[in-house]
Design a protein around this ligand. Structure first.
Ligand code: AGP
Length: 623
């Protein structure tokens, strides 16, 4: 997730406006930043790696001439944070004639890049975005081919606009992008497909942004662009056209009643709730990983003599869930280890035949990096899964995959957890394909289900959120909870417990349901709240026995089960339903969502701030 913002003004120099607008979008990404403006037919640019304030201190982002410009604050997905990978991106011409800023993922950028290089284009960056600038340049200068009919664009579409239309028709994937050109310096062209894009209309001029906070202090009059639309912004006018047929769309601006602070959270009271609701989008982005990195990782996993996964906290729970996925889907035994325990458990046994898969959202967790370093010293192969390009983990890994969840501002991991699980399930499925361990029908089914998960998560949130909120009100004063599951649901139970502890400060216990009678059941008294995570599958029948055990001791049974699972619903005192159709081996991705919401609501019921739980930091960079 990145932030784009730009404007064309009647009188004001735009650079300072763009700088402050990007600052208000910093929660969307902050590993590099840049601006480009046009004055007297020339493009001016300032960009570098680093947070906005750091780059501004270094090169003064306000000091660019011109009343038209575009800006970008980046969360890297392709290409580490650097000056050359920062946006805006340019074509080949010197001096540059086209500048582009982009938020999203161009899935077919590699093939477009090869085509453009064959046409003589020279690329400078490792970004997917750069292909857009070269495409626009290519279509702008290209003479129509003999078989191409003369300019087929409708009247009123300029040469620059036509080049943009043609370029966008070649893109696959998500984008909210904007471009300016010295050929037609009186306009900004912006377009949307899946990534958010909103226009701001004011007396000063016209604005575009990923999100309204960028221009809210300047105007509350906004137009939310829809997928497949392109807008041309001029100083005193704008035109919106449909990409498919160039038809002009008329759309009245909406008057927003948000404060800038509310807008940063898209109207949600906390970043954590916003990020829970962002999971369908972040999961869709996690389905857009580059195959070559997944293939590389699965090659190493396939050849490994032993695979040890190391992580902390929520990332460890992702590893625990993954160990069931690798075992059941790929027939690969893996060992999830809490990173701070790795040295005690494996510092002597890890060796050149060991493969370490380190999972860390931040890529900076000290315990995880320490475990990796111990393993490296034993000549083990290091693989990484992280959300931050350029993080330490990416530098110490032989191969790594970036999960593309976008920045997570809330201290508690939510969307990054479900994205980690999505990546790990894709790895397990690709590995199974490579090893030929399960039938192609089974693999096709799994791949189809993985693709359906974003929609299932969306349905879960929409259909269950208010019920979960009422459960939080009902149980707000409870002093302790059990979270029980069997098989892969043990990972879901552990994650649910962690969420409730770290956000609502409620002591909670999670363990395999089969363990109850080996001790913990002694804690049960009438009314004691016990969550059971019961997806359909092999563990469900035995789990029903565990539920009955607890019920016999008058525990309060709260079941998270499949929609319409009447047997479980009959047994439970309260229940939350998750959409049908998710296989048990993928179930943590959808079953954890109601439990994230429960923990969030318990915290707010108790008057705590879920975004900043006491004693916790977003990234634990000390041991
Ligand atoms: C989870 O909600 C916590 N924020 C914490 O357990 C976190 O998952 C852990 O510190 C690991 O962080 P990492 O994924 O950045 O390495």
């Amino acid at each position: 997730m990145c932030g784009i913002f730009g404007c064309i003004c009647k009188a004001d120099n735009v650079a300072p406006l763009i700088h402050t607008g990007l600052k208000r979008l910093e929660y969307r990404g902050y590993d590099s930043v840049g601006e480009a403006t046009i004055e007297d037919g020339k493009l001016f640019v300032k960009k570098d790696a680093g947070k906005i304030d750091e780059v501004h201190l270094k090169c003064n982002l306000d000091d660019l001439p011109g009343r038209i410009g575009i800006g970008h604050t980046r969360w890297a997905t392709h290409g580490a944070p650097s000056s050359v990978n920062a946006h805006p991106q340019f074509g080949c011409s010197s001096p540059p004639r086209f500048a582009v800023v982009h938020n999203g993922i161009i899935e077919n950028f590699a093939e477009l890049k090869r085509e453009l290089e064959d046409n003589g284009h020279v690329f400078k960056s490792k970004t997917d975005t750069e292909v857009v600038a070269h495409l626009i340049e290519e279509y702008f200068i290209r003479k129509p081919q003999p078989d191409e009919r003369r300019n087929t664009e409708p009247a009123g579409v300029s040469k620059f606009e036509a080049a943009v239309f043609k370029s966008l028709s070649r893109l696959e994937g998500s984008y909210a992008l904007a471009t300016i050109s010295t050929h037609e310096p009186d306009k900004i062209i912006c377009a949307r497909n899946e990534s958010p894009l909103v226009l701001g209309i004011s007396e000063k001029g016209r604005f575009f942004a990923s999100d309204v906070p960028a221009f809210l202090p300047l105007t509350k009059s906004a137009i939310f662009m829809r997928n497949g639309e392109l807008a041309v912004l001029k100083r005193t006018s704008f035109t919106i056209r449909r990409l498919s047929d160039r038809r002009i769309i008329s759309r009245e601006p909406k008057l927003l009643d948000w404060t800038p602070e509310m807008a940063e959270k898209k109207g949600y009271p906390h970043f954590m709730l916003k990020e829970i609701h962002e999971q369908p989008e972040s999961l869709r982005n996690t389905l857009r990983l580059q195959d070559k990195y997944l293939n590389l990782l699965t090659t190493f996993l396939d050849r490994a003599h032993e695979v040890i996964m190391v992580a902390c906290g929520t990332s460890y729970h992702a590893c625990l869930a993954a160990s069931y996925m690798f075992s059941k889907i790929s027939y690969l035994a893996t060992h999830p280890v809490i990173a701070s325990e790795f040295s005690e458990q494996h510092s002597k046994s890890a060796n050149i035949d060991s493969t370490i898969l380190a999972v860390s959202q931040s890529g900076e967790t000290a315990d995880t990096l320490a475990a990796v370093e111990t393993a490296r010293q034993r000549a083990a192969t290091i693989l990484g899964l992280t959300n931050v390009v350029g993080s330490t983990l990416t530098r110490v890994s032989r191969v790594y995959v970036v999960q593309q969840s976008g920045p997570e501002i809330g201290v508690a991991a939510t969307k990054t957890f479900t994205s980690q699980l999505s990546v790990l399930s894709q790895l397990a499925t690709q590995l199974a394909k490579k090893r030929g361990k399960i039938s192609t029908e089974e693999i096709d089914l799994l791949e189809e289900k993985i693709k359906l998960i974003p929609e299932m998560v969306e349905q879960t949130i929409t259909s269950q959120e208010s019920k979960i909120s009422s459960l939080a009100r009902k149980f707000r004063d409870e002093k302790c909870f059990f979270f029980l599951g069997r098989g892969i649901s043990v990972a879901t139970a552990l994650e649910a417990r962690l969420k409730l502890m770290e956000l609502a400060y409620v002591p909670s216990i999670a363990f395999p349901a089969g363990e109850s009678k080996h001790g913990p059941i002694s804690l049960i008294q009438p009314g004691f709240p016990v969550f059971f995570i019961c997806p359909p599958g092999e563990t469900r029948k035995t789990l029903m026995g565990n539920i009955s055990e607890m019920k016999a001791r008058e525990a309060n049974i709260i079941a998270v089960c499949e929609e319409g699972d009447e047997e479980i619903i009959q047994l439970a005192d309260d229940y939350v339903e998750v959409p049908r159709g998710i296989p048990e081996v993928l179930s943590p991705i959808t079953y954890v969502v109601p439990l994230q919401i429960f923990a969030y609501r318990m915290a707010t019921e108790k008057g705590y701030n879920p975004d900043m739980p006491r004693n916790l930091a977003k990234s634990v960079t000390v041991r």
